[in-house]
Design a protein around this ligand. Structure first.
Ligand code: ADP
Ligand code: MG
Length: 473
């Protein structure tokens, strides 16, 4: 009789990088067969203890690239040896989950810590002295100040999404945290302490984009010689080439109708609709709900347990459409996101790349649609320059623009969602496209709208809206 306890085969290519058996089993369980490029580049020097700067496109497995060496080199039973700093709560949960999954056959434990969660609840997990801490900067400082954790044993410091972490918003927090790590001095004090005072922490900083300025800031916390490892294709310009990208012309008062029409034609398996404002996300979610489309919203106004719940539901395909502010765009990895819809075009072109990078993860197929208002041609051009591609225009079959409704005022903030209905008119407008704007490619081909005309089907409604249970504890 055959052996019923089927173990997936141990991934030999990871073994060749020097990864230990207990971790190989976790990788096999996670169905990681071959290392991604950044993993091949990063894991061997990371196992040697070298300070590393790693750059690779989103969705190429940077988490495991720093997670595997930490799992391998951490010592069982010694609290807080690794501190992994991430910009968002969602990312803390996600990175922690990935490390737990890969490390499931090791004795090394990881705990996520982030604001918005009861500190008492976290203390319960921290009491057991987990070797790895994955957290947002604010909460980590809080835990340090309250002496719930200490950095006496820290041997690994990771800044995930390092460009964001050393960006102005987080810079002071990071400086505060890193100044408390043995062997890392604050930037003001200049070079890093290389004195022979025993253990020193290894730094591993990763992101999809690392500008010169960020690299300069990062190196101040690192010990030379720093190895900078860039996965092929990561380079200077971020690429989202695998994603089929389109833009759609729509005036603000028409965008909601267009969203509905697009969702109907495209019938996405899993879609994220991005808005600029929390209010916009709320309004769209409410309206889609009213229109019978199963969706949820995620933004900073939601309580943390709600946000966790929404992300979990989305990950498990409990609903098809997530309405999100940019909070959710960084680093969030949900497999099989089929569509990204930029209801509001981002002002910062980098944000576009982060949003669109949520789809077509690990080589999957994905589509991205960006709604562009008449006065937003510049934003579109900036994006095209950044990604070095011309984004073709698309039209939703049967969708006709309408004039502004009676209650329209120009002062309406972003993500306008109409309350009433307006009469249709035939009034086409296209973005004035200038081929000299710097983007490459055939401009005449780009002018021909792609018609979105998949057969309309009913969408959403996998779970009736009213069947959401409230749990008490
Ligand atoms: P990044 O941080 O580079 O954006 P993630 O670490 O979030 O990427 O990984 C993206 C997805 O790819 C995750 O679902 C992860 O589990 C998966 N993944 C990572 N490495 C591999 C691999 N070697 N083989 C298969 N899947 C992988
Ligand atoms: Mg990541």
């Amino acid at each position: 009789m055959s052996d019923k306890t089927e173990h997936p085969p141990v991934p030999a290519a990871f073994a060749a990088l020097g990864v230990r058996n207990s971790i190989l089993r976790g990788l096999a369980e996670a169905k990681f067969e071959t290392p991604s490029e950044i993993q091949s580049l990063l894991i061997p020097p990371a196992l040697q203890g070298v300070d590393l700067l790693g750059q690779a496109r989103t969705g190429t497995g940077k988490t495991a690239a720093f997670g595997i060496p930490i799992l391998q080199r951490a010592e069982k039973g010694l609290a807080t040896q690794a501190i992994i700093l991430v910009p968002t709560r969602e990312l803390a949960v996600q990175v922690d989950a990935e490390i737990k999954r890969i490390g499931q056959f090791t004795p090394i434990r990881s705990v996520p810590v982030y604001g918005g969660q009861k500190i008492m609840a976290q203390m319960k997990f921290l009491k057991h002295g987990p070797e790895i801490l994955v957290g947002t900067p604010g909460r980590v400082i809080d835990l340090l100040d309250r002496r719930i954790i200490n950095f006496n044993n820290v041997r690994f410091v990771v800044l995930d999404e390092v460009d964001r972490m050393l960006d102005i918003g987080f810079r002071d927090d990071i400086r505060n945290i890193l100044s408390r790590v043995k062997g890392i001095r604050s930037q003001e004090e200049g070079a890093r302490d290389e004195g022979g005072g025993g253990a020193r922490a290894q730094t591993m900083f990763v992101s999809a984009t690392i500008s010169e300025e960020i690299e300069r800031l990062a190196r101040k916390y690192m010990r030379e010689p720093v190895e900078k490892l860039i996965a092929p294709g990561a380079d200077e310009k971020p690429t989202v080439e695998e994603v089929a990208q389109y833009y759609l012309s729509a005036e603000p008062w028409d965008k909601y109708r267009m969203l509905r029409a697009l969702l109907e034609k495209e019938n996405p398996d899993l879609a994220i609709v991005f808005t600029r404002t929390k209010r916009g996300a709320e309004k769209i979610a409410k309206r889609l709900h009213a229109d019978g489309i199963e969706c949820r919203e995620i933004h900073g106004n939601l309580a943390q347990n709600k946000r966790d719940h929404v992300m979990k539901g989305f990950r498990h395909g409990k609903f098809d459409v997530l309405i999100a502010t940019d909070l959710a765009s960084r680093g969030i990895d949900v497999a099989d996101i089929s569509h990204i819809i930029n209801y509001d075009i981002p002002e910062d072109p980098e944000v576009y790349v982060h949003r669109v990078g949520r789809t077509a993860r690990m080589g999957a197929q994905g589509k991205a649609f960006t709604f562009v208002q008449k006065d937003q041609g510049d934003e579109l051009t900036k994006i095209e320059n950044l990604i070095n591609m011309v984004i073709p225009v698309a039209k939703v079959e049967g969708f006709e623009p309408r004039p502004p409704p009676a209650d329209w005022t120009d002062a309406k903030p972003g993500s306008y969602v109409p309350t009433g209905e307006a009469k249709p008119v035939v009034n086409r407008f296209e973005r004035a496209y200038s081929p000299s704007a710097g983007a490459s490619g055939s401009s005449s081909a780009a002018q021909q709208p792609v018609v979105i005309q998949a057969p309309p089907r009913t969408i959403g409604s996998k779970i009736p809206i009213n069947r959401r249970h409230k749990r008490r504890r």
